[in-house]
Ligand binder design. Structure first.
Ligand SMILES: [Zn+2]
Ligand SMILES: [Zn+2]
Length: 749
């Protein structure tokens, strides 16, 4: 049968999506006017009907076996041409299929059953009026929270709104009865563009800018007016007012008729942050993050797509926000590793934002007090980014003095406890003055290094310069190249017997603090104490309201919190980060210490920081204590360059997992052999290290081994990996392990 007319190119959503195959389908006449690129359709595929995405139109090579599209799944396209281009780029860059990339981009849309009728709640009064009502509700915080949520996300159902405001449906209904909110009947697939809420007034609620902020903003505004792709690195010390620059830049983008997205790390998306955006932009803000329930997320997505919410605040996945005319991408704390998705499709939100900005002629602002080496290198002389500096804190609050406490001295003085005498004294002073203390201990799970408590020596791999990790077989092992030695009984540097492996948990710190300061009110915040919903906020509120004297926690407390009564921050042990088996260990240490130190002295009271360590001479600790990013960069960059690590080289990891370790190691050796063969045959300067057990060598019964590849070009590295994956796939079922590829991973646990 020969057909004339329109043919659509369709990527079928197959369960196995390693590669893309575009199929042609005939477009029935009744769909001709509605079908577009980005439409999701139902197509016959073998004996089944499957979903597919229209990615283009064109004539098939042959008209044999061409079948017809069976139906259109949505009223309008689920992605734009811009996002399709992005998906194709992701498929190339992250070694996934276009269908997988599209899934990632549009996922919230697909989780929703459309057409169900529900009552949707919208504000019944103008924005300013409602804000006054909210301000007068100090005795009814739940009602105020509901009103704020309704202003931020108009169109939620009663249940969703109650959940968002962490209260009951009864509170929502009460506000409807009072006439502050209105309930309208809409089907879930309709948008809420009829809603005419508070409009944004330029400059409303804005803070006075200092000279550095003004200079930075002027350059950003000029770039926004220019309407071309441009990237700024906003390097500002903690408390220097980066957020105010973001908010003004967003206002400028809106005035150009463009939309803006601001990404924050998961942990920084606090109610404080959301309130700040809502106070400035009212109902123009949509909040997007993975914690949003299906329909609420879908509603936010719709408001963004229709242009009704031109300001997007969210975490990593919000980088895919379907803005019709993006103009500004902001990435706050751009150095954070949480911007990298670390399973399935391993994309980096910073890279995706830069790509989207390039496609759409947008401006990118990367903000940080401690920029990643990658970004800082690019912002150097002749680099791709423009560097904007905010060197002073707002209101000229001084950065707190940081005292480095040498724990080797404590051992010499006979103090074998977790707390140095100096830290104990400083805490006691705070308790007497009724000021607050934060005690910080970084994340658990990396306590497997061996340190000499007399001289601070940590054993490292001679060729990779990463700390060796202690294994149960009594050996110390390099996780990159598998170099290993037996655990020495005497320190090779000072011959002390006091060399052993090391680790303290937050619980131990809490016990010790309770013993030393029995009169103090102490709370602990880590993944154990915050697993229940809302417990994170409860702990923070108790601390903020002054019901707690000492807060002990992991990196959860290092970021974003503005706690004016904290005058002492104690870092229990800087070494656990410094000796992570990772080439970024020094960078992470510097970042973490800077963040933690930034928590002290934010109010009118002067702050102080104490950092305990066995390695006080390390440049990352010295530079963090001096609040000196430049000097850190100058020390770290040559080390990275010499060892061939990013940002001067590219690195990839091939992680292999399997339930049987012997089969796994055999498979890992086979993969190594194969990679070396490919590298030799195409004559690329790529180094293949390992195989070695991963730092977390077994998870849920699966053993984990890794190969590490280093090379000067990302593209050749990617090509080699791509080829190896194809060949390894052909070796199955003889080749058994699962293979996971990560190019430029943020961590290799
Ligand atoms: Zn020693
Ligand atoms: Zn090594």
């Amino acid at each position: 049968m020969v057909k004339t007319g329109l043919y659509a190119e369709i990527i079928v959503d197959l369960a196995v999506r390693k590669t893309d195959h575009v199929f042609h389908y005939a477009v029935p006449q009744e769909f001709e006017d509605v079908l577009q690129i980005g439409s999701r359709v139902l197509v016959p595929f073998r004996e089944r009907q499957l979903a597919g995405y229209v990615v283009g139109f064109g004539l098939p090579e042959s008209q044999v076996h061409i079948r017809e599209i069976a139906g259109i799944l949505d009223e309008e396209p689920v992605f734009s041409l811009e996002l399709l281009e992005l998906a194709r780029w992701m498929s190339e860059s992250y070694l996934c299929s276009t269908a997988e990339a599209l899934q990632r981009i549009i996922s919230p849309r697909l989780q929703v059953k459309s057409g169900r009728e529900v009552r949707r709640i919208i504000p019944a009064l103008a924005g300013e009026e409602l804000e006054q009502i909210v301000a007068s509700m100090s005795r009814a915080p739940r009602q105020a929270a509901v009103l704020r949520a309704a202003m931020a996300s108009p169109g939620l159902s009663v249940k969703e709104l109650a959940a968002t405001a962490e209260t009951t449906s009864k509170t929502v209904k009460l506000l409807v009865d009072k006439g502050y909110l209105a309930a309208v009947k809409k089907t879930a697939s309709q948008d809420t563009s009829g809603y005419d809420g508070p409009q944004f007034a330029a400059g409303y609620g804005a803070l006075q800018l200092n000279a550095d902020q003004t200079t930075a903003l002027e350059q950003i505004e000029a770039a926004l007016k220019n309407g071309k792709f441009n990237t700024f690195l906003l390097h500002g010390v903690t408390g220097s007012g980066k957020t105010e620059v973001y908010l003004r830049a967003i206002a400028a983008a809106l005035q150009e008729g463009r939309q803006a997205v601001a990404l924050v790390p998961e942990i920084a998306l606090t109610p404080q942050m959301i309130e700040l955006f809502q106070a400035r932009f009212g109902s123009l803000v949509a909040v997007l993050h993975s914690g949003l329930a299906g329909t609420a997320r879908y509603q936010a997505w719709r408001r963004v797509k229709s242009g009704e919410a031109p300001v997007v605040l969210g975490t990593r996945s919000a980088v895919f926000a379907p803005m019709p005319r993006p103009g500004l991408f902001i990435i706050d704390e751009e150095h954070e590793s949480t911007y990298k998705q670390d399973d399935h499709l391993r994309y980096h939100a910073r890279e995706v934002a830069l790509k989207r900005a390039q496609q759409s002629g947008s401006v990118v602002i990367l903000g940080s007090a401690t920029p990643s080496l990658e970004s800082y290198l690019r912002a150097g002389k002749g680099g791709l980014y423009h560097l904007l500096e905010l060197p002073a804190r707002i209101g000229n609050h001084p950065l707190p003095p940081v005292q480095v406490v040498d724990m080797r001295e404590e051992i010499r003085r006979g103090n074998r406890g977790i707390f140095s005498l100096s830290l104990i004294e400083a805490i006691s002073r705070r308790l007497e003055r009724h000021e607050q203390v934060i005690l910080f201990l970084n994340r658990r799970g990396y306590a497997n290094f061996v340190v000499c408590r007399e001289c601070g020596l940590v054993l490292k791999c001679p060729s990779c310069d990463i700390s060796l990790t202690y294994h149960l077989d009594g050996r110390l092992r390099c996780h990159y190249c598998n170099y290993s030695i037996t655990l020495p009984t005497l320190c090779p540097k000072c011959s002390s017997k006091n060399i052993r492996h090391f680790g303290v948990g937050t619980q131990k710190v809490e016990e010790e603090a309770r013993r030393l300061f029995p009169q103090a009110k102490i709370l602990r915040m880590d993944s154990d104490t915050t697993s229940r919903r809302g417990s994170h906020e409860r702990i923070i509120n108790s601390f903020r309201d002054g019901h707690t004297d000492i807060l002990i926690g992991t990196q959860m407390i290092a970021k974003g919190l503005d706690l004016p009564k904290v005058t002492l921050v104690g870092v229990i042990n800087a070494d656990t980060t410094l000796h992570m088996p990772d080439f970024r260990a020094a960078e992470r240490t510097f970042q973490l210490l800077t963040q933690v130190a930034g928590r002290a002295g934010r109010g009118s009271l002067a702050g102080e920081v104490q950092v305990q360590t066995y390695t006080p001479e390390h440049y990352s600790i010295i530079a963090a204590a001096a609040h000196d990013y430049e000097s850190f960069y100058r020390s770290e960059a040559p080390v990275r360059r010499a060892l061939g690590y990013p940002p001067f080289n590219h690195l990839a990891r091939l992680l292999l997992t399997y339930a049987d370790e012997e089969i796994l190691t055999k498979g890992a050796l086979l993969a190594k052999e194969l990679l070396e063969k490919i590298v030799t045959s195409c004559n690329h300067p790529i180094e293949v290290l390992g195989p070695a057990p991963a730092p977390l060598s077994r998870i849920k019964g699966q053993f984990r081994w890794q190969l590490v590849l280093k090379g000067p070009h990302r593209n050749t590295l990617k090509d080699v990996l791509k080829e190896s994956l194809i060949i390894l796939d052909k070796e199955r079922p003889a080749f058994k392990p699962s293979v996971h590829v990560d190019i430029n991973p943020q961590g290799m646990s």
